[in-house]
Design a protein around this ligand. Structure first.
Ligand SMILES: Cc1ncc(COP(=O)(O)O)c(C=O)c1O
Length: 446
């Protein structure tokens, strides 16, 4: 190495150390402790299914940047859509103005979601789309002369976001409701569904939900569920009949049904939307995450004409919500390109192949001492352990094995990009098996 090259490389290492130090001192990461957060891994670029770290290592991303990046990073069609739109306008306000990217994306969403969903409210993030859904439900009942219907029914183990209304519908234990007890509205929590996806349906699974609706429907504006897959609440796959029955009960008791498809939407569970397993249409649906292919933050709340047409005649005369960056043209243009991309290939077969490979390659984990359960649905797989993982050990261990996974609680899980190749997916399953083996060995020793 020449003296100049050596100096360059030393100074870039200095810069990297500085970056890490500054990050550690000033930048708050998701669910991180301050002042001593766990180490983070600086990324300098991303391409296809790979993240390139600043130190030169390359990792296969097994969780699609929190379930968003379904077509991989730096996709030429998404980049092109962003470039084209950027040259026209990257943003204009949405109050009093409209634009083609928003109208085209709204039309596309209406085309691909269940038929009764006809109006689209664009939001900045999944949590905000849940806030909007909950506000829509409350204001709808106000419009209909039932202002007492302001509560929500949900199921335990759910996750709907980190803002306050969304958080009030998250599992009370995982969501640490006691910390925010003065601020969070008390909702009605039905028992989490016990009949798993693929098992024989049992009528008593819906009993707790039915009882709460029977007793409290006068106060309940809407039920809110993640259909079929409870993701952040434990990667649990439950019987679609639960959603079907809940939908019938909601109709019977005059309660709206909000389905949160933020994690499940756009093919992840094997159907374009998980509510298709239950063959129902909700009154309100939230989508986000994979909507933009992970390119940037965008979400949407969809609703029916039956609901939207009550707003003009309600007390407020309008829906009381309108974020500054609503309907951002860049995000809409990229999301439209992403949905067109999804339509352009046989994603169902691709997801079925991922599901089959995950099922086969993760099955050996069942024999490990630390493993409690292994489950797979669509392009989602979880290896549940008996005890919570130690992230300080497990995270670097995955990185050493060349994959990026982000376990939580007792779960080692993967939700890979749909474009992943079989040999790349095998690297992920091998890493999960190896880490579960390491944990088993340490459990046995301990
Ligand atoms: C089902 C569900 N709803 C809502 C959210 C919140 O979305 P965001 O993080 O974009 O606010 C998430 C995020 O994981 C989710 O999984």
């Amino acid at each position: 190495m020449t003296a100049v090259r050596r100096e360059e490389s030393t100074s870039s290492m200095d810069t990297l150390q500085q970056l890490i130090a500054l990050d550690r001192q000033h930048v708050w990461h998701p669910y991180a402790a301050m002042p001593n957060p766990l180490p983070v891994f600086p990324v300098r670029a991303a391409q296809g299914v790979r993240l390139e770290l600043e130190d030169g290592r390359s990792l296969i991303d097994g969780i699609s940047s929190w379930w968003t990046c379904i077509h991989g990073y730096n996709h030429p069609q998404l980049n092109q859509a962003a470039h084209t739109q950027m040259e026209r306008m990257s943003h204009v306000m949405f109050g009093g103005l409209t634009h083609r990217p928003a109208v085209d994306l709204a039309t596309k969403l209406i085309d691909i979601t269940p038929a009764d969903l006809q109006q689209v409210f664009f939001c900045d993030s999944g949590s905000v789309s849940v806030e909007v859904a909950m506000k829509l439900a409350v204001q709808y009942w106000h419009n209909r002369g039932k202002p007492n219907k302001t509560k929500f029914l949900t199921i335990r183990n759910g996750y709907h976001g980190d803002t306050f209304a969304a958080m009030s519908a998250c599992d009370p234990v995982n969501g640490m409701h006691h910390l925010f007890s003065g601020l969070l509205q008390q909702q009605y929590f039905a028992d989490a569904p016990q009949v798993k996806f693929g098992e024989a349906w049992q009528d008593d699974d819906i009993a707790s939900c039915a009882n709460l609706l029977e007793q409290h429907h006068d106060q309940i504006a809407a039920a809110i569920f993640e259909p079929v897959v409870q993701n952040a609440g434990g990667v649990r796959f439950y019987h679609p009949e639960y959603v079907h029955r809940a939908s019938q009960l909601c109709k019977e008791y005059d309660v709206l049904l909000i389905l949160d498809e933020i994690a499940t939407g756009f093919g992840r569970s094997g159907k374009l939307f998980a509510c298709e397993y239950a063959e129902i249409c909700p009154d309100i649906m939230c989508v986000g995450k994979a909507l933009s292919g992970g390119f940037m933050s965008l979400a949407a709340t969809l609703t029916t004409t039956h609901i939207s047409e009550t707003f003009a005649s309600g007390e407020a005369g309008v829906f009381m919500h309108g974020p500054t960056f609503m309907g951002n043209p860049l995000a809409c243009a990229v999301s439209l390109a992403n949905l067109k991309l999804l339509e352009s290939y046989d994603w169902q077969t691709k997801i079925a192949q991922i599901e089959a490979q995950l099922t086969q390659e993760l099955a050996p984990c069942r024999t490990l001492a630390a493993v409690r359960d292994v489950r797979v649905l669509g392009a989602i797989a979880a290896v549940e352990l008996h005890h919570p993982v130690d992230m300080a050990i497990v995270q670097p261990s995955f990185v050493e094995k060349g994959v990026w996974l982000r376990p939580f609680g007792r779960l080692l899980y993967t939700m890979p990009p749909y474009i992943i190749q079989p040999e790349e997916l095998s690297m992920i399953t091998a890493a999960i098996y190896a880490v579960a083996t390491e944990i088993s060995a340490s459990t046995i020793q301990g």
